[in-house]
Design a protein around this ligand. Structure first.
Ligand SMILES: C[S@@+](CC[C@H](N)C(=O)[O-])C[C@H]1O[C@@H](n2cnc3c(N)ncnc32)[C@H](O)[C@@H]1O
Length: 333
């Protein structure tokens, strides 16, 4: 998949994002996943716009510095995780839109030091930046039961138990690195009946776990919602079903009145926080799919905030607590 891909990162659903956040009217935007800076650059091409850009990967700073030269005083880059959005000191800034383009960029995937790919010859790392441990630690240090949970819930890997049994056996002989892990997965999953690489699910699971992607997304959404002012737009591009489920739940739960009973009129309930114009996600056009097949799993959802409010009630943390608890198993390392 990576070898056929273009050298630069192809921004996913870029035109759709721009038409939703409408930077042509000016204003300040937060790009929570700056990456190669494609979203930020497009926003800055409209006059009277400013961008606050975040990325957990310090490598993004070099690209942000280049944009700073082209658009002086209009971009501020912070090497932060987006769950830390509330650390931004925003002086009465009227944030018009906050965007998330989740996952990793093609350049990160191709960077051997990050060890994200199963073709990687570098260390089994998988950290995108600001991490507490690596995938090598997970595979070589965690208990069998914990590793199995990670593969099962973050990768939907049906053969999780079989793979983990082999891992435990092999790691007694020597430390497991990328290539050995791929070999173990291949050995455990003899029957190959899918179009994707045999190791895809396990690698996705490890990446989610190492980067605490579920916890990041949940707190990223909560903090972004706090920052937004009336009419501000929150837009998120997801790449796998777990992420999309979380975003869909969060948006839906804050945009629909609950019907506790059919006898209770919905009218008496408090006003909802979000306006959700479109329930179905936006997906890449035929043209985009032809140009960039990696965009095939992308889904874009967005809402706008109906009124200024820092406080709001959400049960998103309780709803996905079992996944957050699995990510917290990393504290044992
Ligand atoms: C798909 S790329 C974004 C690409 C960007 N929209 C572009 O078109 O150039 C995702 C980026 O988000 C960053 N990222 C992932 N999780 C993050 C988090 N929790 N906090 C901050 N940045 C994160 C990754 O390091 C990566 O650079």
């Amino acid at each position: 998949m990576v070898s056929d891909a273009p050298k630069r990162h192809y921004p996913v659903l870029l035109n759709e994002i721009i038409s939703i956040i409408t930077p042509r009217h000016g204003g300040t935007f937060i790009d929570c996943t700056f990456g190669q800076g494609n979203y930020s650059k497009k926003i800055l091409e409209f006059s009277n716009t400013k961008v606050i850009a975040l990325d957990r990967d310090i490598d993004s700073k070099k690209i942000a510095d280049k944009l700073k030269n082209i658009f002086p005083n209009r971009i501020l880059f912070k090497n932060l995780k987006f769950s830390q959005l509330s650390n931004l000191k925003l002086k009465n800034e009227n944030i018009k839109g906050i965007v998330f383009d989740l996952g990793y960029s093609l350049l990160q995937m191709k960077n051997d030091k990050k060890g994200l790919s199963f073709n990687s010859t570098g260390e089994l790392n998988m950290g995108l930046g600001i991490n507490n441990f690596s995938a090598k630690d997970v595979i070589n240090k965690l208990d069998a039961r914990d590793i199995e949970k990670i593969f099962k819930y973050f990768g939907e890997e049906k053969e999780a138990k079989k793979i983990v049994n082999l891992i435990i056996k092999e790691r007694e002989k020597k430390e497991i690195d990328t290539q050995l892990l791929v070999d173990i997965i291949k050995k455990a999953k003899r029957k190959k009946n899918s179009k994707t690489h045999t190791a895809t699910k396990v690698f996705q699971a490890l990446r989610i776990f190492v980067n605490k992607e579920i916890t990041e997304l949940i707190y990223g959404l909560i903090n972004a919602t706090r920052i937004l002012k009336k009419d501000g737009i929150l837009a998120v591009v997801t790449f796998h079903s777990l992420e999309d489920r979380i975003v869909k739940y969060f948006f839906k739960s804050l945009s629909e009145k609950k019907s506790f009973s059919r006898y209770q009129p919905k009218i008496n309930q408090p006003e909802t926080l979000f306006l959700r114009k479109q329930k179905k996600p936006i997906v890449p056009s035929e043209k985009e799919l032809r140009e960039n097949i990696s965009s095939r799993s992308a889904k874009l959802r967005f809402v706008s905030k109906k009124f200024d409010s820092y406080k709001f009630e959400t049960d998103i943390v309780e709803k996905f607590k079992f996944l957050i608890d699995i990510e917290n198993l990393g504290d044992k390392i």
